[in-house]
Design a protein around this ligand. Structure first.
Ligand SMILES: N[C@@H](CC=O)C(=O)O
Length: 361
């Protein structure tokens, strides 16, 4: 593509921000033209701002090293240099809400990795393969914000990508009850083992706010559009346990599920194999070719072996078997900082571009 869309990364020095920088290096449609962060990083080159805290396994891309980091609160200045922004900031919820709305009101589309707007009725929360139709509420949101081009789209919490896609592919059989336990990597908390020595040789059975998100966000993803708002679904009933485990990346889930109409094992495997979403239809650059991959081996998927499937954008499943209390149980896995965070947000931006929601300013 000759003229790439200009992308800004607000919160570009944090762990998710760094992932955006890494993923957008040589992206076929987008080019990073602005990076914004807190006032303490503003004025430094990106290379200086992340010196001693660059956490990616690849070097800082040449193209961004000399970008001068802007102050994220100077919304008009940052917005002037971009066609749209990714936002991944570490601030209070109300401050994030106000910041994202301020960017949207400048006419700038905002693809948010934050949780602040996930329950704002006219803000779609998108997994592109599942609920791209929720983008319809953007028209109502633009009206509320008084802009014809700006808007906010949110990405859901990372953990739900490890079990919602597999359940979604089985919607025809109407899942009624779900028990999910997630085993979540330390990068989900933005940390490495060096920064969190307590996690070495340890399991912590609590992640603040995570169980509520794991139980509720899937219902919004499966919700319907009504009068310019998303109305959440009322089934299946979901209960969750969320546990922090000593792995670097990758959230694994164990799932128990019952259905209104119990499928055969073969029907489930076929539904997973055949499932294709809008990104696959459109051939989006970051879309996995195969959305859900089933592993036949009893000891797969494994976090370390399988999290990078399809560039970290593929969803895995394994160990599907009948259960004594529920209809079936299985294991799921997704990469939390790729599919579950920056990669998922880049895929949303590609969908928005392909559907005409993001254009050159
Ligand atoms: N809230 C999640 C973030 C996703 O990686 C977590 O704490 O793991």
């Amino acid at each position: 593509m000759a003229n790439k869309l200009k992308a800004g990364i607000v919160g570009g020095t944090g762990m998710v921000g760094q992932r955006f920088v890494q993923l957008l290096d040589n992206h076929p449609w987008f080019e990073v033209t602005a990076i914004a962060a807190s006032s303490s990083s503003a004025g430094k080159t990106y290379e200086e701002a992340v010196r001693n805290r660059w956490k990616m396994s690849t070097p800082i891309p040449e193209q961004v090293k000399n970008i001068v980091v802007q102050d994220a609160s100077k919304v008009e200045e940052v917005a002037a240099g971009v066609d749209f922004i990714f936002c991944a900031v570490d601030m209070k919820k109300e401050e994030i809400k106000a910041l994202e709305e301020a960017y949207a009101k400048t006419g700038t589309p905002v693809v948010s990795n934050n949780s602040a707007h996930r329950w704002t009725p006219d803000v779609p929360m998108i997994i592109p393969e599942i609920n791209h139709a929720h983008l319809d509420v953007i028209a109502a949101q633009r009206k509320r914000l008084g802009t014809s081009t700006g808007f906010i789209v949110a990405k859901p919490n990372c953990s739900i990508q490890s079990y919602v896609p597999q359940l979604h592919a089985l919607q025809a059989f109407k899942p009624t009850k779900v028990v999910v336990s997630t085993y979540q990597a330390i990068s989900g908390a933005g940390k490495s083992f060096a920064e969190w020595p307590e996690m070495v040789d340890n399991v912590i059975p609590y992640i603040g706010g995570e169980e509520e998100k794991s139980e509720q966000e899937p219902l919004r993803i499966w919700g319907r559009v009504e009068n310019g708002e998303i109305v959440k679904a009322d089934s299946p009933l979901i209960t969750a346990h969320c546990i922090r485990v000593p792995v670097t990346d990758g959230h694994l889930a164990t799932v128990l599920v019952s259905f209104e109409r119990k499928p055969s094992k073969e029907q489930i495997l076929e539904a997973w194999r055949a499932y294709r979403g809008r990104p696959q239809e459109l051939g989006l650059p970051s879309a996995p070719k195969q959305f859900i991959t089933y592993f036949e081996e009893n000891d797969r998927p494994q976090t370390k072996l399988d999290r990078d499937l399809e560039g970290g954008m593929g969803i895995s499943a394994g160990r599907l078997r009948e259960d004594t209390l529920f209809d079936y149980k299985f294991v799921g896995l997704s990469h939390n900082t790729l599919r579950g965070a920056a990669g998922g947000a880049v895929l949303i931006a590609e969908l928005l571009k392909a559907e005409g929601y993001i254009q050159p300013k």
